[in-house]
Design a protein around this ligand. Structure first.
Ligand SMILES: C[S@@+](CC[C@H](N)C(=O)[O-])C[C@H]1O[C@@H](n2cnc3c(N)ncnc32)[C@H](O)[C@@H]1O
Length: 266
C-alpha cells in the first residue's frame, strides 16, 4: 500500500492526495519532504510511516535543503524518538552517522557499489570529500589502500568509527581538513580517485588529476544540466583525460542532475 493510501483514513481527502509516496530510509530514520499544506498533518504522516516500516524509530521532515561546506540539511523530527543518530547498512557494511550532522544519501548505494566493484586488490585509492565513508569502506574491502579526506569533524568521527567497525584500520588513512588545501600534500601515483564533489567545487578536479598515475581512473561526480554534459566532457578531455563514461545518478533540482564522469588519465 502506498503512503498516501495508508494516510487516507486519517487525513482530509485533499491532504491525503498530496502525501508523497517516496521517503528515504537511513538506518532506523525515515526522511520525508512535505509541502507546506501538509505541515498540520506531519505527526499523522510520521505515524503512518512507522506503521508501514516497523523498523523506523524516528521520522524527520526536511526543513532546509543541503547547504554549506558540510553539505548537511535541516531536519525536524515529526514522529518517534528525538535522536537521529543511527546505523545504516549498505551492501553489508554498517555506517554509523547522525542524519543531522553528516551528509548521507542512501539513493547512491548502487552507484557506490558500481564503483567499488572496479577496485582491485592493492590499488591506491584517493577519496576526497569522504563523508562518513560509503565510498571509502567498500573500496578498502576490495583491497584498496584508501586515503580519505573530509572537512566535517562529525563526519570524520563517524568515518573513524566506521573504519573500525568494518575492520578496515589497516586499509584507510583519514586526513581531517580542507581537501582543496590538503590534496597537494597527499603524494601521487594513485591508481584511482573517487571524487564525490560538493556543489560548486568542480576545481577539485584540477587538484586531483596530477595525483593520479597515467592510465589511472577518476570517478568525478558533478552537478549540471543535460545540455552541458558534452561541454564538460570536452573540458575534461582538454585537461588530459579520456572520458570513458558519463552517467546520470540522481536529480538534485529542477533540470539539474548529479552526473558521474568515469575518466582515465592519459
Ligand atoms: C556530497 S558529500 C559526499 C559525502 C560522501 N562521499 C557520500 O557519498 O556520502 C560531500 C562531503 O564533502 C565534505 N566537504 C565539503 N567541502 C570539503 C572540503 N573543502 N574538504 C574536504 N571535505 C569537504 C562535506 O563535509 C561532505 O561530507
Amino acid at each position: 500500500m502506498s503512503l498516501s493510501n495508508r494516510c487516507a483514513g486519517s487525513l482530509p481527502p485533499d491532504a491525503a492526495r498530496i502525501v508523497p509516496d517516496h521517503y528515504d530510509v537511513i538506518g532506523d530514520v525515515a526522511v520525508i519532504t512535505l509541502p507546506d499544506a501538509l505541515l498540520p498533518y506531519r505527526e499523522v504522516i510520521g505515524r503512518c510511516i512507522t506503521e508501514e516500516r516497523h523498523n523506523i524509530r524516528s521520522v524527520c521532515m526536511r526543513t532546509a535543503p543541503v547547504a554549506g561546506t558540510r553539505r548537511t540539511a535541516g531536519y525536524a523530527v515529526i514522529f518517534g524518538r528525538e535522536g537521529t543518530e543511527t546505523v545504516h547498512r549498505e551492501y553489508g557494511c554498517p555506517y554509523h552517522l547522525d542524519v543531522k550532522k553528516a551528509f548521507y544519501n542512501p539513493r547512491l548505494a548502487s552507484e557506490r557499489n558500481r564503483v567499488a566493484k572496479q577496485v582491485r586488490e592493492g590499488e591506491r585509492v584517493l577519496v576526497p570529500f569522504a563523508g562518513v565513508g560509503p565510498f571509502v569502506i567498500p573500496a578498502a574491502k576490495r583491497g584498496g589502500q584508501v586515503t580519505a579526506i573530509e572537512i566535517n569533524p562529525d563526519a570524520c568521527r563517524y568515518l573513524r568509527e566506521n573504519v573500525r567497525e568494518n575492520d578496515m584500520e589497516d586499509m584507510v588513512t583519514l586526513i581531517e581538513g580542507d581537501a582543496m588545501q590538503l590534496l597537494a600534500s597527499c603524494g601521487g601515483e594513485y591508481d584511482r580517485a573517487i571524487v564525490p564533489t560538493p556543489y560548486g567545487l568542480n576545481t577539485a578536479l584540477d587538484e586531483v588529476i596530477p595525483l593520479i598515475r597515467r592510465g589511472g581512473v577518476i570517478h568525478f561526480y558533478t552537478f549540471t544540466v543535460p545540455q552541458e554534459t558534452d561541454i564538460l566532457a570536452a573540458k575534461f578531455r582538454g585537461m588530459g583525460c579520456v572520458v570513458n563514461r558519463i552517467r546520470r545518478c540522481g536529480h538534485v533540482a529542477p533540470g539539474v542532475s548529479r552526473w558521474v564522469y568515469d575518466l582515465r588519465r592519459r
